[in-house]
Design a protein around this ligand. Structure first.
Ligand code: 3PG
Length: 306
């Protein structure tokens, strides 16, 4: 079988080496399309692929139309909002993700941004510390759990809200369970977003919620820019000079931030939460193993489409 790794943002070379070991050992052929600039390159590369590994690359109906032999696509990562799931199903393509594999890298980036911001971007001006501050985890999945673990080391007071996770699970991680999303935002100076982008969550982080945050509020977004209502975000920045926004990916309203709110935000130029060698290895190798196993035994454990 031909397995294509199609990544607009390439994996670390070591990850490719280890992915190749997995595919070679199973007798499959590995093809690479890395750092591609135009979707036409993807359409050509996928034409004879039986399986595909992607990252945030868009797998649309157009891509699936071009992929005449494709049987499985694995998103090496957690969020699969880049896969058109109904189109995958219509094309009889199994879609999977690799949950948890890159979560530590994302949690570390959230802390890196928080620390950099708390120390005024290493300007030398007097900053602030994380110890004793409140951290709210909006969603308590794999990244949320790593966040809680790291936050404890910093001596932070950790809260979480997640309608899909029981109070017991949160308590075991030393996290205070909030009964409502309002409670989370009212209690916590820092709020970090860890939910997927879907019809329910898109634009859900709005002005109503943000205005509940205490003084010196910091919103940290390593999830998806789409979950934040940017109009509401800009409104809160107009009203509250104490507000900060740290985001792994520039918002659509970046120009307004640059013009009016200098020094109050951090935006990474390219989504880099999962961009570590370790995360690339974990997610890439997991994806390769899931494909090999699917071809060998039909295992659909991580299937995300119906
Ligand atoms: C994920 O959903 O796993 C992360 O957002 C990582 O995305 P990336 O593979 O494009 O870096």
């Amino acid at each position: 079988m031909k397995i294509l790794v199609a990544t607009e943002k390439a994996f670390a070379p070591t990850a490719i080496k280890l992915i190749r070991e997995v595919t070679d050992a199973a007798g499959h052929q590995l093809a690479l399309l890395e750092n591609y600039k135009d979707v036409s390159e993807l359409l050509a590369a996928v034409a004879d692929a039986d399986a595909m590994i992607v990252r945030s690359d868009l797998v649309t109906a157009q891509v699936l139309d071009a992929a005449k032999k494709l049987r499985i696509v694995v998103r090496a990562g957690a969020g699969y909002d880049n896969l058109d799931l109904p189109a995958c199903t219509a094309h009889k393509v199994v879609a999977m993700n690799t949950p948890g594999q890159n979560s530590n890298a994302v949690a570390e980036l959230a802390f890196e941004m928080m620390l950099y911001q708390a120390r005024g971007g290493f300007s030398g001006k007097s900053g602030s510390e994380l110890r004793g501050k409140t951290l709210g985890l909006h969603a308590f999945g794999n990244v949320g759990k790593y966040m809680a673990e790291i936050a404890k080391g910093f001596g932070m007071d950790v809260y979480a809200f997640d309608p899909f996770v029981t109070e017991d699970v949160m308590k075991k991680s030393g996290v205070k369970a909030c009964k409502s999303v309002d409670e989370l935002y009212s209690e916590c100076q820092y709020v970090s977003l860890h939910m997927p982008a879907n019809d329910k969550t898109k634009k859900s982080i709005n002005h109503e919620l943000l205005k509940k945050m205490p003084k010196e509020a910091v919103l940290v977004n390593t999830a998806r820019k789409e979950v934040v209502d940017e109009e509401g975000l800009l409104k809160i920045f107009e009203e509250r000079p104490d507000f900060r926004y740290l985001s792994d990916v520039e918002p659509d309203c970046k120009a307004v931030f640059e013009e009016k709110h200098k020094g109050k935000f951090i935006f990474t130029a390219k989504k880099m939460g999962a961009q570590t060698e370790e995360a690339n290895i974990n997610a890439g190798v997991a994806a390769a193993r899931q494909i090999v196993d699917y071809f060998k035994t039909g295992n659909e454990k991580f299937k995300v489409n119906k």
